[in-house]
Design a protein around this ligand. Sequence first.
Ligand SMILES: Nc1ncnc2c1ncn2[C@@H]1O[C@H](COP(=O)(O)OP(=O)(O)OP(=O)(O)O)[C@@H](O)[C@H]1O
Ligand SMILES: Nc1ccn([C@@H]2O[C@H](COP(=O)(O)O)[C@@H](O)[C@H]2O)c(=O)n1
Length: 834
Amino acid sequence: MTTMESLIGLVNRIQRACTVLGDYGGGTGSNAFNSLWEALPTVAVVGGQSSGKSSVLESIVGRDFLPRGSGIVTRRPLVLQLHKTDDGTEEYAEFLHLPKRQFTDFALVRKEIQDETDRITGKNKQISPVPIHLSIYSPNVVNLTLIDLPGLTKVAVEGQPETIAEDIESMVRTYVDKPNCIILAISPANQDIATSDAIKLAKDVDPTGERTFGVLTKLDLMDKGTNALEVLEGRSYRLQHPWVGIVNRSQADINKNVDMMLARRKEREYFDTSPDYGHLASKMGSEYLAKLLSKHLESVIRTRIPSILSLINKSIEELERELDRMGRPVAVDAGAQLYTILEMCRAFDKIFKEHLDGGRPGGDRIYGVFDNQLPAALKKLPFDRHLSLQSVKKIVSEADGYQPHLIAPEQGYRRLIEGALGYFRGPAEASVDAVHYVLKELVRKSISETEELKRFPSLQVELAAAANSSLEKFREESKKSVIRLVDMESAYLTAEFFRKLPQEMERPVTNNKNQTASPSPATLDQYGDGHFRRIASNVSAYINMVADTLRNTIPKACVYCQVRQAKLALLNYFYSQISKREGKQLGQLLDEDPALMDRRLECAKRLELYKKARDEIDAVAWLSNRHIALIMETPVDALIKGEHESPPRWKKSTVVFVLGGPGSGKGTQCANLVKHFSYTHFSAGDLLRAEIKSGSQFGAMIQSMIAEGRIVPSEITVKLLCKAMEESGNDKFLIDGFPRNEENRIVFENVAKIEPAFVLFFDCPEDELERRIMSRNQGREDDNIETIKKRFKVFVESTLPIISYYESKGKLRKINAAKPSEEVFEAVKVLFAS
Ligand SMILES: Nc1ncnc2c1ncn2[C@@H]1O[C@H](COP(=O)(O)OP(=O)(O)OP(=O)(O)O)[C@@H](O)[C@H]1O
Ligand SMILES: Nc1ccn([C@@H]2O[C@H](COP(=O)(O)O)[C@@H](O)[C@H]2O)c(=O)n1
């Protein structure tokens, strides 16, 4: 395959893929995305009605295949992709919309173009920007892609919409306006060039004539004695590229179905023998035009590749970011849906705990309840009123009943204290409520902060309801506990407190015999106000002591019953309920906005297109530049091709592939293994890095791919591995970091013809991998957070399927690589010892 074929073929493939996704030059495609089509160089064929446009195309192809007739025949853009095949091979045509059918009868091609046009536009002469893709494979063409556009017209004729002339012009403009469009402007030689529609339009969009190729048709139909030299020699209208003259088949030849090959020969003879154009003969005619365009198109594509790649990379990044924002599509089976829900619950729970434990704000408000609200509420309790002189007197005398107290009013004290303790219930319950509202607010906040939940409104509602109902239960329990704390204070008074009070015995009333007498109600007065003030003061001191205790124990109860429970079991009930649900009910919880689902699907398809396009460009752009040829010219080639005197030793080798996420310890464990077993270790990544350092022509490419975390073309990696194996002299190999994708595996199998004895897989969670890589510190330019994320993605998308493949073949040996290195090695050693 030559470079030219590769580059034009490359653009063809990308254009087709674009069209399938609705991205085409007509401009109506999906506008929300960058248009890849517009970045691709194209050749648009522009001309007025009857300018000879169709004849030019048929001459270039060497076949009659375009619809003919009066009026507007081309009503949809025709993307005509010409593929040169080997001499002697049969010509055929294929439509993108009929991929399985090969047309060898070109009359049927013409019919299919008509039918396919009508399928979109109807038969009413409407036009449509949706292109028809036609590929023609023939030994008589050059590799070239042309877009045939509807002929420019001036007035609407019978059956055509009044706006047809503007409609066509604006469609044609959507192509020729683009800076990547090469304009093939067709004008008939038998009309004044000043009246050419094509040149008028080309001049408008390309005033310097840089991207316009002027074609003059119908040279043979000019009035006798006149010629088109003024135009062909660039004197009438100057373009940057030379004008090309064409002699079309005459109407008589068309009617007689004169073979196009014969027509081409006639055209050649015309120029060779023309007294006017003989000096220009080698640069005239449809064959020359095709070659000229092909060469130009190829060189334009080559210069545009860097900007196309940069557009693709930019689009990939944008799309990946958007997809990440939208989240991955919801699984369809119940198990996976349940898993998705639980994952989201875990994400929510993590955020909720971060709020409580201090990673995020909000948890401090609970401390605020205990440190401010509760003490303030305790301070405000109406003990002054309860322990006023009047109240104390009343309560004490009521407690004494008919018999006033003799020494200390035991019952009075108790009643005063119990009455006061009752006041503590209020602040206790208020603390519980305050904590409850903080927790509830944190649930709301955490749900809104859980990115994964954002697209599932129903799940958010259910989750909030479940969490709040748990919080409600915790609140009830907490209330019971704090009330119990208060009640416990009433149930048993601390006698010690009173014993420690200064023993100022109440002065008893004695009779004249110095005997203690029972005080009459009147004698109560003898105690005086001071006596009751002392009682009030003693009770107040006791209550203060209790308040101090409750100030400490109420927070403990709240934290124990509410905060701790919320951390431990906020969603327990939800979990138990959700696991009982059927698939449909689970699906309802994961009901996304349909617009979001559509957008995700579109983005995913686009992303696939861009990635495919990038891989194609990589393959063609790098490999066609003879890079691969250089690496292929290594001694290993001879071995691979079986041209060596003796077969290479490594073809009979024992190979163990060592796979795992980046940083899983592949290199570390392989280094351990070679100390104990007679294996040689090759790291594919190390070989690639060495290749960069060696100054190889591949260096820049490998470096840029490693920096992006992308997988280097397999031909290169496999070649490096085979070369290393050959040079090692050993026949037992640990190959680490390989195969990274399906292509790696297949190319290795085809080239080395070795199946691995088994595949070691170091399984380790991503957060641990990230931690390890970030502290590896070996100066690797891909050990940065941005590239690490990309490497993880590539691992999941491309390497995990390989791991599954070997698992299905019973070759996988999975090791828990999250354990300390020594423990991992113990597990690995066993596999090699056996
Ligand atoms: N079991 C382990 N526990 C903790 N750290 C480890 C363990 N194994 C390896 N490491 C450390 O983690 C880092 C990555 O290990 P290593 O380079 O062996 O991984 P790798 O799989 O070869 O990575 P890569 O694919 O990026 O080349 C190193 O700094 C290594 O010392
Ligand atoms: N088969 C492979 C292996 C590696 N690469 C590239 O090298 C980078 C580093 O690989 P490590 O195994 O050393 O982490 C990796 O990210 C790829 O870019 C490859 O392309 N093919």
